[in-house]
Design a protein around this ligand. Structure first.
Ligand code: MGD
Ligand code: MGD
Ligand code: SF4
Ligand code: MO
Length: 697
């Protein structure tokens, strides 16, 4: 797929897809000025394949409504073109005034897991030094936060997959808890052809259709299900006692709880027949090479981190983590969802997975940044709490957004829209007029993937190079330059904010030296020479494709069982809202859809918001396939097209969250948060279906 090149192209360029964390390798060229994307057959992760989004990625470079000039809201309330100096001067002046009047925490920052490592790093540094604010978080709070908390607690470090994805191809059995890679990472399915799959998903997805066993729990009951699987593993004599004794702690307390989750009790809570639970455990325990993987279906709950912990418990009981050919992991979602969570844009973290509360970590980063440790603010609130506190006493008055579209992607988005409207200053850096950008006071147009250099860290913890094919169109600046220009206007020395990605990466090496996510041994030259480098990679080392083979990352080298207990979802169906609603993804669109709704081929494939509903459930609501309907919760409703799908449970509907305006799934989602991770409950709430008069939502 191709699109007209905005500017004179270089020769053929090896880079990676701009979308998900699989980071498929691509070769870009621009014969006759038209950018062409091809899969790189040499890269083991995608081995010459791409999904529809990858093939069509070039189209966005020349999107007709691409932002190519800064915009400033005029006194009449319209966004009008302006020049860079005015946009930056105005932004800095307003930020200074708000900070002077209300203190540094009056200014907040929201980053994204799609930002390169260099951008995420510099954004964190900018927030903590140039703004001096503790209020910085990113959209990974809505994505990887629950898995990160649970993995860190279980294994001592959070690298989504502690092994290369290609290892999966040699497995006999892979359990996927709440993941639908056939739509969300299609090339990954090539590595899942040989293993027998056990899929846990309330829907019969494309992934479930390929499974040897499909468990269909009521949404929000995976924690009970995982406790039940652990119960069976132990009660049927499949516990790996030697492994548990030698490599773990905490089994007894954990068993004290899981022991009460006998199969019939689990069946009554989850709706999954006891016979299927038994079959799942026997398959897993009977395989000599098995993996347990979680996705957002299990994680995006107000008990998401406990649920991941419960699946980690199961994997530990069967002796999987940290052994060759077996393991536990979680499928990171966004392009730089892994690197983005360890570069210091997270509310509680400094680069390298260092802690904002650890004096030694603070001192290390302060020294790299050339400031005193006390100059670093403390930890701040998670993304949803941050957004929710706008307009409350002491809450943020200005917000800077880079790499996120919260008007569409944050939970209970009716309320989020109100909160954003209460800001005194909203500044958005983006390359397309996203819904959030169009609500901003200042819009800063930035470069896209094929126009920039940098690194991203894929779902397997491998650091990859993004490379530039094209010059950016006139009028746009790279994010790094925007940050430097703003920092200077806020009184910071320019040298503290290098705009050259390679220089930023050199600083990342120093900042992460000796940290859990150690990048000190990685540099552009090694990456460009084709080395496969996985963190931790201390200076002089060859990186770590497989973690935990000898020991886990806790001081005693042991993994931790977690004594978690099931609890109900924040909201249950009742008379007014008799159905469960869950949300997620479809193949053709990416996230808030800000990018993929601008690609003609993808929009044709999925032009409008819809609800998947069992035909009997639709009939009961007086609806037929193709009709317009509203999916209504206690918070609001989304206007969608009805699509009957017998693969749905009769008590559950599914709505993709990729669509804007009245079709936003997040108008009905619940903002109940996981207390351990701040993850919202995107995957379950109570709704009813109503016929809607409007034929085209
Ligand atoms: N096409 C496409 N691909 C993407 C993305 C995209 O937007 N579009 N985004 C990327 C990102 S950031 C992410 S995080 C990943 C996400 O990748 P996935 O985790 O695979 O995606 P989801 O569709 O959010 O959720 C997976 C499945 O969870 C199921 N589910 C819903 N509720 C429950 C529940 O209570 N329990 C269980 N067990 N399952 C449940 C849904 O039916 C869905 O099929 O995809 C990445 N890849
Ligand atoms: N109901 C429901 N809601 C969900 C989910 C769900 O399953 N259900 N999933 C959640 C998950 S897992 C995620 S990851 C979030 C994602 O939610 P968002 O982060 O809001 O989604 P994106 O569409 O990726 O938004 C990224 C924006 O940043 C811009 N952008 C991309 N790259 C760059 C860059 O390098 N620099 C700058 N300045 N801008 C850039 C894009 O054009 C786009 O406008 O949504 C969450 N929301
Ligand atoms: S699977 Fe992910 S990385 Fe690969 S082509 Fe599709 S969107 Fe891009
Ligand atoms: Mo995500």
């Amino acid at each position: 797929m191709s699109a007209a090149a905005p500017h004179a192209p270089r020769a053929r360029t090896a880079t990676h897809c701009p979308y998900c964390a699989l980071q498929c390798a691509t070769l870009l060229s621009a014969p006759g000025g038209t950018v062409t994307v091809e899969p790189d057959p040499a890269f083991p992760v995608n081995r010459g394949s791409l999904c529809q989004k990858g093939w069509t990625a070039a189209a966005l470079l020349a999107a007709p409504d691409r932002l190519t000039t800064p915009l400033l809201r005029d006194p009449a309330g319209r966004l009008a073109p302006t020049d860079w100096n005015r946009a930056l001067d105005h932004t800095a002046e307003r930020l200074r005034a708000l900070r002077a009047a209300h203190g540094p925490d009056a200014v907040a920052v929201l980053g994204g897991g799609g930002l390169t490592n260099e951008k995420a790093y510099l954004l964190g540094k900018f927030a903590r030094l140039a703004l001096g604010t503790s209020r910085i978080d990113y959209n990974g709070r809505f994505c990887m936060a629950a898995a990160a908390v649970a993995q860190r607690a279980a294994f001592g470090v959070d690298r989504g997959l502690p092994f290369p994805v290609t290892d999966l191809a040699a497995a006999e059995v892979v359990l996927l808890a709440g993941a639908n890679p056939a739509e969300t990472m299609p090339p990954l399915m090539r590595h899942l052809e040989r293993p027998d799959l056990i899929v846990i998903d309330p829907r019969r997805t494309r992934t479930a259709a390929t499974a040897a066993l499909h468990l269909r729990p009521v949404p929000g009951t995976d924690l009970a299900l995982a406790l039940g699987l652990l119960h069976l593993a132990v009660s049927e004599g499949m516990l790996d006692k030697t492994y548990v004794a030698e490599r773990t702690t905490g089994f007894d307390e954990t068993w004290a709880r899981a022991g009460a989750w006998w199969p019939e009790r689990v069946e009554s809570v989850t709706g999954v027949p006891a016979a299927e639970l038994r079959a799942a455990v026997r398959m897993l325990a009977g395989a000599s090479r098995a993996y347990v993987l979680t996705g957002r279906g299990a994680e995006q709950h107000s008990k998401g981190s406990d649920t991941v912990a419960a699946f980690a418990n199961l994997a530990l009981a069967l002796g999987l983590p940290g052994r060759p050919g077996r393991g536990f992991g979680t499928l990171t979602g966004q392009g730089n969802g892994q690197g983005g969570r360890e570069m210091g844009q997270k509310a509680d973290q400094l680069p390298g997975y260092r802690s904002l509360e650890d004096p030694a970590d603070r001192a290390h980063i302060a020294a790299v940044w050339g400031v005193a440790p006390h100059a670093l603010p403390g930890p701040g609130p998670g993304a949803h709490e941050l957004l929710d506190s706008i307009g409350s006493p002491g809450g943020p008055r200005a917000l800077l957004v880079a790499g996120c579209n919260p008007l569409v992607s944050a939970p209970d988005s009716g309320r989020v829209a109100e909160r954003l409207a209460a800001l005194e200053l909203l500044v958005v850096a983006d390359f397309v007029p996203s819904e959030t950008a169009m609500a901003a006071d200042v819009v800063l147009p930035v470069t896209q993937w094929a126009e920039e250099e940098g690194t991203l860290t894929s779902l397997e913890g491998r650091v990859l190079r993004r490379r530039r094919l094209l010059d950016p169109p006139a009028g746009v600046l790279p994010d790094l330059e925007v940050l430097r220009e703003l920092a200077v206007r806020l009184g910071e020395p320019a040298g503290r904010y290098p705009a050259d990605p390679r220089t930023v990466f050199e600083e990342i090496r120093e900042a992460t030296r000796g940290a859990p996510a150690d990048y000190s041994g990685i540099d552009y030259a090694r990456l460009d020479a084709g080395e496969a480098l996985y963190w931790p990679c201390p200076e002089g080392g060859g990186g770590t494709p497989r973690l935990f083979l000898d020991r886990f990352a806790h001081p005693d080298g042991r993994a931790r069982f977690a004594p978690v207990e099931h609890r109900e979802a924040a909201e249950r169906p009742d008379r007014d809202h008799p159905l469960y609603a869950t949300t997620g993804r479809i193949l053709a669109h990416y996230q808030s859809g800000a990018q993929t709704r601008r690609v003609e081929e993808l929009l044709r494939a999925a032009p409008e918001p819809f609800v998947l509903v069992h035909p009997d459930t639709a009939a009961r609501a007086g609806l037929a396939d193709g009709q317009s309907a509203r999916v209504v919760s206690a918070r609001g409703g989304a206007l969608v097209r009805v699509r009957c799908d017998p693969g749905l449970r009769t008590d559950t509907v599914f709505v993709p969250f990729h669509f804007p305006a009245a079709g936003r799934a997040n108008l009905f989602t619940h903002a109940a948060l996981d207390p351990r991770s701040g993850m919202p409950e995107f995957k379950v709430c109570a709704v009813r279906l109503e016929a809607a008069p409007c034929p085209r939502p």
